[in-house]
Each structure stands twice: as structure tokens, then as C-alpha cells.
Ligand binder design. Sequence first.
Ligand code: G
Ligand code: G
Ligand code: MN
Ligand code: NA
Length: 255
Amino acid sequence: KAFQSAFTEAILKGEIVPYFQPIIGLETRRIEGLEVLVRWHQDDGQVRPPAQFYKAFSDRLLAPLLTRRIADAVCDILPEWRRLGLNPGKICLNATAEDVAHPDQLMDIMHELAAAGLSPSDLTIEVTETIVMDDPEGGMRRTLQSLRDKGVRVALDDFGTGFGSLTHLSSWPVDILKIDRQFVRRLPRSEKDRHIVRSLVDLAGRLGLETVAEGIETDWQRDFVTETGCDYGQGFFYSPAVSAEEIKDLLLRER
Ligand code: G
Ligand code: G
Ligand code: MN
Ligand code: NA
């Protein structure tokens, strides 16, 4: 309860803000998309990552407010980027379980972003396996499918960390597979992880999915995943998630 009111107040005060982490085309070596990652700018000047307010993501009241707030903030930024001639590529929003269980808000958000100039085909919704695991009535599947029918792309985040990953891959309507950074972290030392990453990229390709390797921290890791045929890379090697002001500078450099 105390957390609920503190977090709601933070939203109202504009302290809940989007940060942006570039997603790089491994062939083009350019920014092809941005993952939107929430941060809490507290009034003491601290920038808190989601690990310090993870409860908000699973709270039935807070989760939809959080998603809406982040989407609204992105809508506010898009016109400025357009004015400056910046191309952010795909905008990748993380969805909560509540979002996927109740599709109305996600549909609203898609329309709101479209009105701000982002076409549905430039929007990606990221869901984790833990979110989609429990879907007895198939409602979540239907949400994702109706987004895809509108041209929005769906990414399966943190792939390989949940239970029954391969089941999800064959039965869920997804376009993109994000290889979790746990498989990238120990490269090049771990021979097993090299095999796993290669196999995941190969499997995704055969299933017609695009691939993003997460957690790229070194040029060796970048070269390795590029050589596997992986499409995109994301990680501290390129950039951590940065503020709207800082991502503008990164996009300006690529203009
Ligand atoms: O930014 P960071 O790596 O600390 O994020 C940690 C986790 O929080 C990630 O798994 C990410 O998917 C999740 N997360 C970050 N921002 C958002 C957001 O805006 N909405 C949702 N639903 N999850 C987010
Ligand atoms: O769960 P999701 O993949 O959406 O969360 C992304 C999180 O991973 C962000 O909180 C971000 O800060 C973190 N992250 C992104 N790139 C790297 C990286 O290269 N190394 C590490 N250790 N963490 C990363
Ligand atoms: Mn994500
Ligand atoms: Na991830």
C-alpha cells in the first residue's frame, strides 16, 4: 500500500521516465531500434533501475499505469526526433503480464504511437516467457496475434531462461527472439555457450524469426554473434540504456 501510493505519486510527478538502449544491426553496424527501459528519477537525484521497484510490474493497478506512462512519454518525444531528422528505427516496449492479459490498453497505445508518427510496423512489443507461460484460456495469445495482425512485431525476451522455452517458440505468435545475455556473458571462454548461441540463431532462422543477442560487452562477442548470422546486438559494448537527452546525441551522430 505504501509502495502503491509512493509509486503512483512518482508517476504523477513525472519521475518515472523512459531510458533508451540502442539495438544495433550487426551487418549495418547502425542503430536499428531502441529498447525502452524505465527508470525512476528520484528527487534526491538518484536514478533507480527496475530492480529497485520490480513490484510495480506485477501490481494489478501499477503495471498498467507504468506502461501507459512510459508509452505517453515516448509519444511526447517522437515529434522532436522527427523535427531533428532522427531515425530511432524500431521502438521496443516491454509489456507486463497485465498488459498482455488486457489487450485494450496495448491497442490504445499502438494508436497513440501511430498518431505521434510511429507506424505499427516500427513498434515491437517485448514479452518474456514467464509472462506468456500461464495462458489457460488463450487470451494472451489472442492479444499478441491481434497486435501482429496490425503489423506490430512481437519479441520473446530473455529467451532460454524460462521453463519450456521450445514449447513457447513453436506455439506462440512471435517474430523476434532475444537471446538472453546469460548465454553471451561467458563468451568466448564457454564452449557450451558458443554452441548454444549458434544453435539458437540457427533454430530461429529456420523458424523464420529474427534474432537479437543481448548483453554484448566486447568486440569479440560482437564478432562471434555476427558470424553466427544473428541479426542484431544489444549491450554495454554499444551503449547502456541512456536518457532521452543522451539518446538524442547518439541518434544525431548517425543522422
Ligand atoms: O533496465 P534494466 O535492465 O534494469 O531492466 C530490468 C528488467 O526490467 C528487464 O527485464 C526489463 O524487461 C524490465 N523492464 C524495464 N523497463 C520496463 C518497462 O518499461 N516495462 C516493463 N514491463 N518492463 C520493463
Ligand atoms: O530483461 P531485459 O533484457 O529487457 O532487460 C535489459 C536489462 O539488461 C537492462 O536493465 C539493462 O540495464 C541490462 N543490460 C543491457 N545490456 C547489458 C549488458 O551488456 N551487460 C549487462 N550486464 N547488463 C545489460
Ligand atoms: Mn526487454
Ligand atoms: Na533480456
